[in-house]
Write a protein that binds this ligand. Structure first.
Ligand code: WT7
Length: 635
């Protein structure tokens, strides 16, 4: 069976087959990949422990699927096109052959620096081809990568490195994003003060920012490459991996304080990323595909690197931001490379929309055939703008719903094959069995219902555990409702059976498509010496989707409110990173609490949303007067 479905009727048939005979369905899909040895058993699972194993007994290496198997047919074709932050700098193209050589070379560098199968490697790089090369080089030798987004602080990196006991860090002197130069190596140096497990740091030259290089620990990427070059052998045989060997860890926020290391394993993740990429975007040979995400997030893992490369696609990687040097930047890139498929985020669309039509003038969008959106609910206005201005109403929009834990797209239109509907992720891909449940876990059947979104049957790309803490994985995803994976999202299934994701139902915010735990932000704010207590909620934000609203109680001493506000922002930036900075900080003398001391977030959320008229029952509060004060001071 081909990975691509070609008609709506065919979708319905295949979907039914995938529900009735999931193991046959996934075995058919898996036949499209290259295996050193095929599986003995397609699936073994229970959601109680949870214990999920796909393609047991199979042997493979994901880089043979992403690179080696294309060399005969696509060796001279572009695998990665790289567009730098500064449009004046030259772009780079890596053919599949060149990518193969570079991945092998760097895999040999990792080996030379003591990395073996199963070791954890932290990658903290800007969006340059060497980031993709690093990820693939780890996979080549069976090392487990943990990519940390370049916007996270030293403290966040240290927490992630320590949680996974990483042995080696790959970074750069600095990285460019818009008009900023981010001192990546200096941030790593600050992080490593707290990390015992790291004994090597490989530093790529990118920004030529001065850095300190510590003897015995820090080495230059370029020097290490020269060393393996003089050894002569450019090839690095791919390590033979078991289907369930860990491929990577990626940290994501939850409703408690500490981020979790989501664990993805080799065969299932590969099959799922490749299948969903090929099917959702209906990728055709020769098309240029541009996903605007950062490889620091799951979207970049699955849909810049593994998914597209496994399908022999040409994947465009952009180092910069949509608005630099002008808000025409995305469109200049579309024109320059004749991009056929553009996969971006609602927050980017809204931000570019806000500049009006001027940045679109004279740009050639005729190459665009398919569009995609991911990360948060897309409002109808942004959907229509994307459809009309960018797609000229001819390019189907795949509003793709999925999560870090899912490995790949779960609910989405299949471009040009199944219907779209503004604001709706529409229908589950074949192989995915979503259900809506009420608070008691009772399945809501039929259409025109709303509830909490769960998945009742495993899929190959799902997380297997949270690194070092399996119980946390069970608790977070598999304990709320018996025998189901709980997504944390609220969802509507309309009268036609189409799904519309309405947003998180837990204490997790989605700011510009990035997941931020309110507890994490509160912990960071509370670390500021003037702060007694805080409560963080989300509120609707025109560009970011959600903004961060913090209610803060200060201590007794005298405060300059403006300076204290800035100090709090500085503290959050240091503890988590600039992405978690509150948009609004309201100083309050107390928080609405129940007699048992629980903060009534429902009330705080309503006030942050500007809905102060109907706050519901406040009679159970310890001190109802505090609500009036908060209402009066609302920002
Ligand atoms: C959360 C997952 C997986 C890609 C990037 C985000 C929200 C994601 C959509 C969409 C409505 C969406 C959900 C989900 N979300 N895509 N198309 N429509 N909501 O990954 O950080 O793991 O966040 O993003 O709330 O649970 P993530």
């Amino acid at each position: 069976m081909s990975l691509q479905i070609k008609s709506f009727d065919n979708y319905k048939r295949v979907y039914d087959y995938s529900v009735k005979e999931p193991e046959h369905f996934w075995a058919d899909i898996a036949e499209n990949f290259q295996w050193r040895k095929k599986w003995d058993k397609v699936l073994e699972w229970n959601f109680k422990d949870p214990d999920i194993k796909w393609f047991q007994g199979a042997k493979l290496n994901i880089t043979e699927n992403c690179i080696d198997r294309h060399l005969n047919t696509l060796g001279e074709k572009p695998a990665i096109i790289w567009e730098p932050n500064d449009p004046e700098e030259s772009h780079r193209v890596l053919t599949y052959k060149q990518l193969h050589d570079k991945v092998c070379q760097f895999a040999n560098v990792l080996k030379n620096n003591g990395i073996e199968k199963g070791d954890r490697v932290c990658i903290y790089l800007p969006m340059v081809p060497e980031l993709a090369i690093s990820v693939l080089a780890c996979a080549r030798i069976g090392a487990i990568h943990s990519v940390v987004f370049g916007g996270f602080s030293a403290q966040s990196i240290a927490d992630r490195i320590n949680d996974a006991s990483c042995k080696l860090v790959i970074t750069a002197d600095g990285g460019f994003r818009g008009n900023k130069d981010i001192p990546l190596k200096a941030i790593i140096d600050d992080a490593l003060v707290q990390c015992q497990s790291v004994n090597k740091v490989i530093v790529l030259t990118r920004s030529r920012t001065p850095v300190s290089m510590i003897k015995g620990r820090d080495v230059w990427w370029e020097d290490e490459i020269r060393k393996v070059e003089t050894l002569g052998n450019p090839v690095c045989p791919a390590e033979e991996m078991d289907a369930e060997d860990v491929l990577f860890i990626l940290y994501t926020s939850g409703s408690t304080g500490k981020p979790k290391g989501v664990v993805h394993t080799t065969a299932g993740y590969m099959v799922y990323a490749g299948y969903t990429f090929a099917n959702v975007f209906q990728y055709q040979p020769g098309e240029v595909y541009f996903c605007t995400a950062d490889i620091g997030w799951i979207t970049g893992h699955s849909y810049i690197v593994y998914g597209p490369l496994s399908q022999g696609a040409t994947t465009l990687m952009f180092e910069g931001i949509p608005t630099y040097p002008t808000p025409s930047r995305f469109w200049d890139i579309v024109e320059k490379y004749k991009v056929n498929i553009l996969y971006t985020a609602p927050t980017a669309i809204r931000s570019l929309m806000s500049f009006g039509d001027e940045p679109l003038k004279g740009k050639d969008f005729s190459s665009i055939k398919k569009l995609g959106s991911v990360g948060e609910p897309i409002n109808e206005e942004a959907w229509h703008w994307f459809d009309e201005k960018i797609g000229d109403k001819k390019a189907p929009i795949a509003d793709t719903w999925w999560q870090t834990e899912n490995g790949g797209i779960m609910i989405s239109p299949i471009a040009g094959v199944t219907p779209t509907k503004p604001g709706y992720a529409t229908l589950p891909l074949p192989g995915i069995q979503p259900v809506l449940v009420d608070e008691n876990g009772k399945e809501l059947e039929g259409n025109d219902v709303s509830g909490n979104l769960c998945i009742k049957f495993p899929w190959p790309g799902m997380l297997r555990t949270t690194y070092g803490d399996h119980e946390r994985c069970r608790q977070t995803y598999f304990s709320t409702y018996e025998n189901m994976y709980f997504t944390g999202d609220g969802c509507l299934r309309d009268e036609d059976g189409y799904y519309r994701i309405t947003g998180r139902v837990d204490d997790v915010l989605n700011v510009s498509g990035h997941r931020i735990g309110t507890a994490e932000v509160e912990n960071a704010i509370n670390m500021h010496s003037d702060v007694v207590e805080s409560a963080v909620v989300g509120y609707p934000h025109e560009i970011k989707g959600q903004g961060v609203y913090a209610y803060v109680i200060l201590g007794q001493s005298e405060h300059d409110p403006e300076l204290t506000r800035k100090n709090i922002l500085q503290t959050v930036t240091r503890i988590i990173g600039a992405i978690a900075k509150p948009d609004k900080i309201q100083f309050v003398s107390g928080l609405p609490k129940t007699r048992s001391g629980k903060i009534m977030r429902r009330i705080l959320r309503k006030i942050a949303e500007g809905e102060t008229a109907n706050l519901g029952d406040t009679s159970t509060l310890l001190d109802p007067a505090v609500v009036d004060e908060i209402k009066t001071g609302a920002l």
